[in-house]
Design a protein around this ligand. Sequence first.
Ligand SMILES: Cc1cc2nc3c(=O)[nH]c(=O)nc-3n(C[C@H](O)[C@H](O)[C@H](O)COP(=O)(O)OP(=O)(O)OC[C@H]3O[C@@H](n4cnc5c(N)ncnc54)[C@H](O)[C@@H]3O)c2cc1C
Length: 483
Amino acid sequence: MKERVIVWFRRDLRLADNPALRAALDGDFDAIVPLFIHAPHELGAWAPGAAQRVWLHESLAAFSEALEVLGSRLIIRQGDSADVLDTLVEESGATAVYWNRLYDPLTIERDKKVKQHLEDNDIQTASFKAHLLHEPWTVETKQGGPYKVFTPFWKAVKNRAVDTPLAAPTSLPDVWSRIGSESLASLELRPKIEWDRGIRDTWSPGEDGAHERLETFLEDVLEQYDDSRDEPARYGTSYLSPHLHWGEIGPRQIVHRVEEWLDDHRETKTLRTHADSFLSEIGWREFSHHVLYHFPNTPEQPLDARFKDFPWSGDDEGLRCWQQGCTGIPMVDAGMRELWETGYMHNRLRMTVASFLTKNLRVAWQHGERWFWDTLVDADLANNTLGWQWAAGCGADAAPFFRIFNPARQGERFDKQGEYVRRWVPELADLENRHIHEPWKAPAKALKAANITLGEDYPEPIVDLKESRREALAAFDEIKNDD
Ligand SMILES: Cc1cc2nc3c(=O)[nH]c(=O)nc-3n(C[C@H](O)[C@H](O)[C@H](O)COP(=O)(O)OP(=O)(O)OC[C@H]3O[C@@H](n4cnc5c(N)ncnc54)[C@H](O)[C@@H]3O)c2cc1C
C-alpha cells in the first residue's frame, strides 16, 4: 500500500517555492493532506493581532481556492497542534508530516514538542527552509556567535548562493471526502463590527496578490527605489511585507525575480544600485530573524540591558493620543491614521512615530510594539521587535538614543509638499506648505485662511518637541554609563 503525508501549512500559504509541499509531491505518497491548524493560544502574547487576523482570513480563503483549482483542498482544524495532528493521522492513515520552519521562540518550542511526539508515535517528520534565505544558525561572526550589527551581517551573506525557487505544482492528488474540514468562518478571524473595510479595500491577500505586487513594483518603482522609498506620499516601496509575513511569497522568489528582471532590462549601474538597496531591505528582514532567533527574549526585553532601568514616563494619556492620531504633530498623526485605516504605515513614519513615542513622550517601546502588533497587517515578531528596539535605541544596530527624530523636520524633508499629511490629516488640507508640518507656529492669519482653530479643528501639540527632547536626553544620561 502506498503511503499518505500531511503537509502542515502555517505561514507559508503558497504553492510555488514551497519545499514541504514539493517534498510531499516528490515522495512515495499516493495522497497529500494539506492542513492548516488554528492554534493562536500556542503563540501566547504573540498570537496574531486584529489586523493580522483579517489578513489571515482572506489569505486562507485564497489558498483554499488555489488548492481546489489543482484538485485538492485545505483542511482547517482548531485546537492543540499535537492533538489535531494525532486525530488527522488517525483519520487519514498518514505516515508522515512535513512543514516549513519558522523562527519565533514559541513556534520553535511548539514545533520541537510536536516533532518529538510524532516521532514517538512512529510518524516520520521533515521540516524545510522556506521563510528565509539563510538559516540563522548558519551565519556567525569571525569570533563565533551571532551578529548584532547589520552591515557586517549582510556583507557575510549577501553573496551566498540563494536556492532556486521551486515551481508550483500543476495538479495535486485529491483529499478523499471522508476527511472533514472546519469552515473558515468558524475561526472567527473577521471582526464582529466591520472596522476592517479600509484594510480589505487596500490589499489583495494571497499568492496571486503577492506576485502582482512584486511585478508592479518591478515595473513602476524599482528603478527609482533608493530615492522613492523615503517619500511616504509616493508609491515608492514594494508593499510586500504582509505577503512575506504570511509566506504568500518567499524571499528567494523575490531575489531571483529581481535578478531575472535586471537581466531582461539592460542592467545599468544606477539600476543595480536601486536593486541592491531593495535587496538589502530583504537583508534587514533576514537580520531581524537572525537577532530574534539568537536573542529570543527581545520581544519583551531590551537587547541593551542598560535600558531595563530607563525612566519611562508612564504617560497613558500621551499613549492614547498617539494611538488615535491626535497628538497635534501632523507627521505623527498622519502615520498613525494611515495605520488605523489601512493596517500599514510607511517605514519613514514607523521610525518617526516610534521615536516620538519613546523619546518625546518617553513611553516604553513595548507599548508601541504592542499597538503595532494589533494594528499592522504585516505585524511580524522579528521585524517589529527589531524596529521598535532600533527606534528606542536599545536594540541590535539601533539608532543611538540621542538621535531623536524631529517629526516636523522629517515632514519638511520627506513630505515637502505636505501631500502625505493632507491625505491623512484632512483638517489641515488648506494650510500652506510652509506651515503644514508645524501648524502651531503658523501666524493667526494663515490659520484663519485655512479655516483652522487650533485646539478645536486640530489639537495643539501635546508636547513641546524641543523641551521633551531635552528631557529625553537627561533621562538617557541616568542610564548611559550603567554596565
Ligand atoms: C518601529 C518599526 C516597526 C516595524 N514593524 C514591522 C513589522 O511588524 N513587520 C514588518 O514586516 N516590518 C516592520 N518594520 C520594518 C519596515 O517598516 C517594513 O518592513 C516596511 O515598511 C514594509 O513596507 P514594504 O514592504 O513596502 O517595504 P520595502 O521597502 O519594499 O522592503 C521590502 C521588504 O524588506 C523587508 N524590510 C524592509 N525594511 C525592513 C526593516 N527595517 N526591518 C526588517 N525588514 C524590513 C520587509 O519584509 C519588506 O516587505 C518596522 C519598522 C519600524 C521602524
